[in-house]
Design a protein around this ligand. Structure first.
Ligand SMILES: CC(=O)N[C@H]1[C@@H](OP(=O)(O)OP(=O)(O)OC[C@H]2O[C@@H](n3ccc(=O)[nH]c3=O)[C@H](O)[C@@H]2O)O[C@H](CO)[C@@H](O)[C@@H]1O[C@H](C)C(=O)N[C@@H](C)C(=O)N[C@H](CCC(=O)O)C(=O)O
Ligand SMILES: Nc1ncnc2c1ncn2[C@@H]1O[C@H](COP(=O)(O)OP(=O)(O)OP(=O)(O)O)[C@@H](O)[C@H]1O
Length: 511
C-alpha cells in the first residue's frame, strides 16, 4: 500500500535542498494519503498547498483529516503542523514518486515533447507497442489517459502532462494493472511547473520546436520555452532527435550533455545534419503522399541505427507529410523497445488519432478535414499539404483562437490562412474571458482580404455548417482547432459543445 513516513519525507527534502523548516517531531509518523485539493482529503493525509491557493482550503483539508501540510509559507489559521519548503512543485513531485514507491521503476517510459506532433507520435507508438506487448501500453496524452485494459481505465485528460501527484497516481495504477510500458507527452509547461521533476525516461523524443506558448501564464520568452523542452533530453537515457526542425544545434548539445553519443539517435529527410556536420542515423523519404495516407522508405545510415534492423518501407495511415516524421519517431522508439518490424508496419498503417486529420467525404460536396491545428506551425503544415493535394479546389478554413493565452497564435493563424486558403470563416475557439469577435479581428488583420474571403460567424456550428454545405466536389473544408473537444471554455466555464468532428460527421451524412 502506498505510504510515506516523516523520516523519508525529511530525508528527501534535505537531499534536494528543499527543506526550510519542519514543525513535526515524530519521525515514524506515517501518511497514508497525499493530496493537493482539499476536496479530496481523507484521513492521515499529507496536504500540499500550491498554486493559486487560499488559506480556507487548508482549513478545509484540516477538517477532513489532514495530519500536516507542505507549503512554501506557514499558515496560522490551522493547528496542524507544516513542513516549509523552498519549492512546493519540486517537493510535491519528489514526495509523490516516493509515496507510490517510485512506480516508474516498473514501467519503461517513453516521453515525447515538441511544439507539434506529440499526441500523434504517442498514438503511433502505443499502436505499435500494443501489438508487441498484448495491449498493455499505458498512455498519458492530451486526449486520453490510459492506465489499464478495462473500460474504466481510460479517462479524458485535462492537461497534456498531469500535475505530479496525479502523474504518479496514474503511473502507480498502470503498474498495478500490469501495464508493460508508458507512452507519455511532456509539455514545456510540465517542466516550467515542475510536474515531472525527478522523473527519468527510458527514451526521450524531441520532435520539433517553433514559437508557441509564449505569453502571460506560459513562457516569458522563446529561450525559456526551448530550455523547458530540452529538460526532457537531460532526463532521458536514450534521446531521439529530429534533424529537420529548427534549433537542432541547441537540442543536440542539450542531449549530449548527459547522454553518450551511442544513445543519441537523429532522424531526418536529408543524410547530413547540416548545422552539425554529422550524418543522421535514420534517413527517410516519402514514396507516396496522398489525401488519405503516406508511404515512406526508412534507411539506417550509422552502425548503431543499423543494429535496430528496421530499414524498409512503411505505410502511414494518417495523411499529412508532417505525419511521416511523427511515424518515423514512433518507429525508432518502438524498435528501441524491441518491437518487431511487422508490429511497426501494422501499427503505423492502422493508427487513428481523434481529431487529427480526420477525413469526412460527402457524395456531392467537398472533402472535409477535422484537425487540431491551432497555431502557425500546424496550420501551415496542414494547409500546405491540402493545397498541394487539391491545387484546383477551393480551400475553406473554419477557425478561431483561444482567449487569455497563446496571443501570438492569432497572427500565425492569419498568416497561414493568407498563404493557402481561398476562404475563411472565423469563429469562436475557447474564448475564455475575451470577446471571440475581437480575437477573430486580430486573426483577420494578417489576412489579405483581396486574396482570401474572410467573414466572422459567432456560432462555431453555424460557421461549419455553412462551409460544409457550400462546398463543391473537389473543394476542401478544414475545420481547425478543436477536434473532438466537447466544450468551449467561456468565462471560466466549460460550456458543452457538440465537437467539430461530430458536427461534420452528421452534416456529410445528408450530402
Ligand atoms: C498556470 C498553471 O500551470 N496552472 C495549473 C496549476 O494551477 P494552480 O496550481 O494554480 O491550481 P489552481 O487550480 O489555480 O488551484 C490552486 C490550488 O488550490 C487547490 N484547491 C482549490 C479549490 C478548493 O476548494 N480546494 C483546494 O485545495 C487546488 O487543488 C490547487 O492545488 O495546476 C492545475 C492542476 O493542478 C492546472 O490545472 C493549472 O493549469 C492551467 C489551468 C492550464 O491549463 N495550464 C496550461 C497552460 C498547461 O499546462 N498546458 C500544457 C499544454 C501546453 C502545450 O500544449 O504544450 C499541459 O501540460 O496541459
Ligand atoms: N510534426 C508536425 N509538424 C507540424 N505540424 C504537425 C506535426 N504533427 C502534427 N501537426 C499538426 O498539429 C496538430 C496537433 O498535432 P498533435 O496533437 O499530434 O500535436 P501536439 O504536439 O500534441 O499538439 P498540442 O500541444 O497542441 O496538443 C495536428 O492536428 C496537425 O495539424
Amino acid at each position: 500500500m502506498a505510504q510515506i513516513t516523516l523520516d523519508e519525507i525529511l530525508t528527501i527534502l534535505k537531499e534536494h535542498h528543499l527543506l526550510v523548516d519542519s514543525q513535526l517531531g515524530d519521525l515514524s509518523l506515517n501518511f497514508k494519503q497525499i493530496a493537493y485539493n482539499s476536496k479530496l482529503v481523507s484521513g492521515k493525509c499529507l496536504f500540499f498547498c500550491k498554486g493559486n491557493f487560499k488559506p480556507d482550503y487548508l482549513l478545509a483539508a484540516q477538517s477532513q483529516g489532514a495530519l500536516a501540510y507542505v507549503s512554501e509559507k506557514q499558515y496560522d489559521n490551522v493547528v496542524i503542523p507544516g513542513i516549509i519548503v523552498t519549492n512546493i512543485q519540486k517537493s510535491m513531485s519528489l514526495l509523490s514518486a516516493a509515496f507510490f514507491g517510485y512506480p516508474q521503476n516498473g514501467l519503461p517510459t517513453i516521453a515525447f515533447t515538441g511544439t507539434k506532433g506529440k499526441t500523434t507520435s504517442a498514438y503511433f507508438t502505443k499502436s505499435i507497442l500494443d501489438r508487441t506487448y498484448g495491449k498493455k501500453v499505458a498512455l498519458f496524452s492530451t486526449i486520453n489517459t490510459v492506465v489499464g485494459t478495462g473500460a474504466n481505465d481510460v479517462v479524458k485528460s485535462s492537461l497534456t502532462t498531469p500535475e505530479s501527484l496525479d502523474l504518479f497516481t496514474n503511473m502507480n495504477s498502470a503498474v498495478k494493472n500490469g501495464m508493460s510500458h508508458l507512452v507519455m507527452e511532456v509539455s514545456s509547461q510540465a517542466y516550467k511547473k515542475n510536474r515531472v521533476y525527478g522523473l527519468h525516461y527510458d527514451v526521450g523524443v524531441f520532435l520539433n520546436i517553433s514559437p508557441d506558448h509564449i505569453g502571460r501564464n506560459e513562457h516569458p520568452t522563446f529561450a525559456d520555452y526551448l530550455h523547458c523542452k530540452e529538460q526532457l533530453l537531460v532526463n532521458a537515457n536514450i534521446c531521439l532527435l529530429n534533424a529537420d526542425g529548427t534549433h537542432i544545434k541547441d537540442i543536440y548539445y542539450a542531449a549530449k550533455a548527459t547522454t553518450q553519443p551511442e544513445n543519441i539517435y537523429i532522424y531526418g529527410r536529408t543524410a547530413v545534419v547540416s548545422e552539425l556536420g554529422i550524418p543522421v542515423d535514420f534517413q527517410y523519404t516519402s514514396l507516396e503522399d496522398s489525401l488519405t495516407n503516406n508511404k515512406i522508405q526508412l534507411t539506417a545510415n550509422t552502425d548503431h541505427a543499423k543494429r535496430l534492423g528496421i530499414d524498409g518501407q512503411y505505410e502511414v495511415g494518417i495523411p499529412g507529410d508532417y505525419n511521416e516524421g511523427n511515424a518515423v519517431a514512433a518507429a525508432i522508439t518502438s524498435a528501441l523497445m524491441n518491437a518487431s518490424v511487422d508490429d511497426i508496419r501494422n501499427g503505423l498503417a492502422h493508427t487513428t488519432v481523434p481529431g487529427r486529420m480526420e477525413i469526412y467525404r460527402s457524395k456531392s460536396h467537398g472533402t472535409m478535414y477535422v484537425d487540431y491545428a491551432h497555431n502557425y506551425g500546424s496550420l501551415h503544415s496542414v494547409l500546405n499539404f491540402l493545397k498541394s493535394q487539391a491545387p484546383k479546389g477551393k480551400i475553406t478554413v473554419i477557425t478561431g483562437s483561444t482567449g487569455d493565452k497563446g496571443i501570438d497564435r492569432r497572427e500565425g493563424l492569419g498568416k497561414a490562412i493568407n498563404e493557402f486558403a481561398d476562404q475563411a470563416y472565423l469563429t469562436a475557439d475557447d474564448p475564455a474571458t475575451e470577446d471571440p469577435k475581437v480575437i477573430a479581428a486580430k486573426i483577420a488583420d494578417h489576412i489579405d482580404k483581396k486574396k482570401v474571403a474572410v467573414s466572422y460567424i459567432a456560432d462555431r456550428k453555424t460557421a461549419i455548417t455553412k462551409a460544409v454545405t457550400e462546398s463543391q466536389p473537389g473543394d476542401v473544408v478544414l475545420v481547425a482547432g478543436k477536434g473532438h473537444d466537447a466544450f468551449q471554455k467561456i468565462n471560466g466555464q466549460n460550456v458543452p459543445y457538440e465537437g467539430d468532428a461530430a458536427i461534420v460527421a452528421n452534416l456529410v451524412k445528408g450530402l
